[in-house]
Design a protein around this ligand. Structure first.
Ligand SMILES: [Fe+2]
Ligand SMILES: [Fe+2]
Length: 153
């Protein structure tokens, strides 16, 4: 997948400098303030969680991952409402995509619960969080970018 490759290159390039796992390039912005702010917050949350994991700090891991998942669900709702308001024709397809991610979020939560006791869970958590955010949450939103065309909320 192209997005994954672009993203991985960015990730690798970023890691040496400031240890941020994820950074959003302009290619991934929707030019919609409300949704872009949500995406930025999600990126921040993943960066905070992965930075702690890199340092081997697992206290609060479960809570911070739960907060990330709750914010993601809230974001999905806000995004769906926004698309409905705008009359986006494929809103049910995008909503279905969001709902299909609930199972993945359960798996991520499982890894978070095991993170303190298990090195493999920590590694899987980092990897799953990053791919979930970039591939499943942010890249798929590019489907409606041209439709919303810089809509401000
Ligand atoms: Fe989104
Ligand atoms: Fe979305």
């Amino acid at each position: 997948m192209v997005a994954k490759e672009i993203f991985l290159n960015q990730t690798t390039a970023n890691r040496g400098a400031d240890k941020k796992m994820v950074e959003l390039s302009e290619n991934f912005t929707l030019e919609c303030d409300e949704l872009d702010k949500d995406h930025e917050r999600l990126v921040e949350m993943v960066n905070e969680i992965t930075a702690k994991l890199e340092e081997g700090i697992t206290e609060n891991c479960e809570d911070t991952v739960r907060a990330f998942i709750n914010f993601t669900k809230g974001h999905f709702n806000r995004e769906e409402q926004f698309l409905i308001k705008l009359g986006y024709p494929d809103v049910s397809k995008h909503r279905k995509h969001h709902h299909e991610l609930y199972e993945k979020m359960d798996h991520i939560m499982e890894f978070a619960r095991s993170a303190s006791a298990n090195e493999l869970a920590r590694k899987s958590l980092k990897k799953e969080l990053v791919f979930f955010l970039m591939d499943d949450v942010i890249t798929t939103d590019l489907d409606f970018k041209s439709f919303i065309g810089g809509e401000k909320t």
